[in-house]
Ligand binder design. Sequence first.
Ligand code: 9MR
Length: 344
Amino acid sequence: MQKLFLFALLLFAFSFKPGEPPCEEIRLRDKALFPVGAAVNTDKLKNEENYWKIVPVQFNSLTPERIMKPAYLHPQKDKYNFFETDHLMDFCKQFKIRLHGHTLIWHKSLPEWMETFKGNKTEWEALMKEHIQTIIHHCKGTIKSWDVVNEAFNDDGTLRKNIWLKNIGESYIEKAFLYASEADSTAKFFYNDYSLEKHGEKFGAVIAFLKGLKAKGIKVDGVGMQMHVALDYPVITDIDAAAMHLQEEGFLVHYSEVDISIRAGQSIFAKRSNLLALQKQRIKAITSGFMKLKQAYRFGITFWGVSDNDSWLTEESLRAMPLLYDASYKIKPMYCGFVEALEN
Ligand code: 9MR
């Protein structure tokens, strides 16, 4: 009995190697047949060695997490602040990384002057036009794709009552895309939103609306499905169907803000190692589904952050652990699941 116990102990000791990576860390950007992206925090890119050592090696597409939102870029009516954007554009040029503009029109991260602006419909349209076109002109040649309108729909498919809808009316979305294409007729323009991957009511409303714009000759090139998902929701068949549906309608598909919370909807008693294993399978399934799209429609998969330490979800709960790297910038099983999908 004692011998058996000793044998089991030795077996355990040899099979448990703390700190061993769950798979080989490769260069995702070289392996994938589509752009692999991350939302980037420019402070960390400048100041955190672990962070800037990973970013240009792993990713060939970046989306600025904050610095291109109106509150940062357009702090006063007659003042723009392109300092951080210029820095990021240089970085991307240096490392041959695509920079995706995020986001021109949204209901959040607005400067105070914009939220409190008093004017009639024509003045609001002029404000929006000037905002969109100044930014696109500044970045023209380097930024070749944009989230023009972000999160304009509610979950039930109605339009969100934001400052743009209140002051311009429903035509603000059409106008935003029109102004964008006037500023750069060659860039790719996206509508970006969350919960589209459920392929439900919201998706139906968004796609009908965007088809309507296209029918009027407005340039809308693609849709960003943000993909802030849980381990088991939405089901993979719905995610895949939503992506295929976009392709059938001729829209480029961007999984634009991917993260997978390991705790959302799970029992509080669930073991972390089991959840991380499920997360690995989950990203593998999501990525494999994306790879079923024709190559020309795969705009890319962008993770909403690099490590669990810099996810917006971590601000709410340390337990979400939603990204490819752990808080100390070591690859997680999720990274390996992504690689496995690329290899199949
Ligand atoms: O991750 C972003 C967080 O750091 C910012 O504080 C926040 C407000 O600007 O925006 C977060 O990113 C959001 C993205 O721009 C749009 N989709 C939802 C994302 C998470 O809230």
